[in-house]
Design a protein around this ligand. Structure first.
Ligand SMILES: [Zn+2]
Length: 258
């Protein structure tokens, strides 16, 4: 990346995490959520989150399908009939997801057990900490993208291409499982952006866009073998998505999201 592009990326990242402090509907940061006591499924915050997630599941499925098709084209796989067959199967898996299951033990995580691919298991702390539709769509889309990839990593060529591009742009090591996680995050950000374009309102565009990634605005910035650290995740996501960078900085939509 050029020094100018890097400077824009840092500026956009600053917008995301400044909004985390100003926006009454901002998401709690992952490290903040990790420090909280477990939250019973019956608590009002968890119930409100579970209702939000279940209500947004159908629209998020549509947005994931569109984002997946867009990425397939953007990364040059649209002419591969073998890959197109895999995309069709992936879309069927996404469309078969029926339910969000709130779970106290899962705390600040959401996950899919690929043996039970119709259900997204969602920790109650996470359900309560994502306080906007934009944030919820982003995380739901992330999980749906894992389901799209499926048990056999059938979208591996696309996932590897996204990971390689993210590695080249940031100099970070984003291969293997990290490539899958950043691809899921990218689909999450794309789905939220498309939702914002589809549901105009009076709120600031930058504020709404920031919600889709700001759970990564942590103080304690730790990653592991499978995941980039949260702040590196923001950097990689923005590097992959220059339109999002400009929209966060300029606080306006640049062109229709699709
Ligand atoms: Zn994941």
């Amino acid at each position: 990346m050029s020094p100018a592009a890097k400077a824009l990326l840092e500026e956009a990242s600053g917008v995301v995490c400044t909004q985390a402090k100003l926006d009454p509907k901002s998401s709690f940061a992952i490290d903040d959520m990790q420090a909280r006591p477990s939250l019973p499924v019956q608590s009002p915050e968890a119930q409100a989150g579970a209702e939000r997630a279940q209500r947004l599941l159908p629209v998020t499925k549509d947005l994931v399908v569109k984002s997946l098709r867009q990425l397939t084209t953007e990364y040059g796989f649209q002419k591969s009939s073998k890959f197109q067959t895999r995309v069709q199967q992936a879309i069927r898996r996404v469309n078969s997801v029926k339910r969000v299951k709130p779970d106290m033990e899962s705390r600040d995580n959401a996950s899919v057990f690929l043996s039970r691919p119709h259900v997204i298991t969602f920790g109650t702390i996470f359900l309560a900490g994502l306080r906007s539709d934009e944030a919820m769509i982003s995380v739901l889309a992330h999980e749906l993208m894992h389901i799209a990839d499926g048990e056999n990593d059938s979208l591996r060529p696309l996932v590897a291409a996204v990971g390689n591009r993210a590695s080249d742009l940031t100099g970070l090591d984003i291969h293997g499982q990290r490539g899958e996680e950043i691809t899921c995050d990218l689909v999450g950000a794309m789905a939220a952006r498309a939702y914002i374009a589809d549901t105009p309102g009076y709120e600031s565009i930058a504020r709404r866009l920031a919600r889709s990634i700001q759970h990564n605005c942590v103080d304690i910035d730790e990653g592991d073998e499978d995941h980039l650290s949260p702040r590196s995740t923001i950097r990689a996501l923005l590097a992959l998505n220059p339109v999002l960078v400009r929209e966060l900085i300029n606080d306006r939509e640049e062109r229709p999201a699709r």
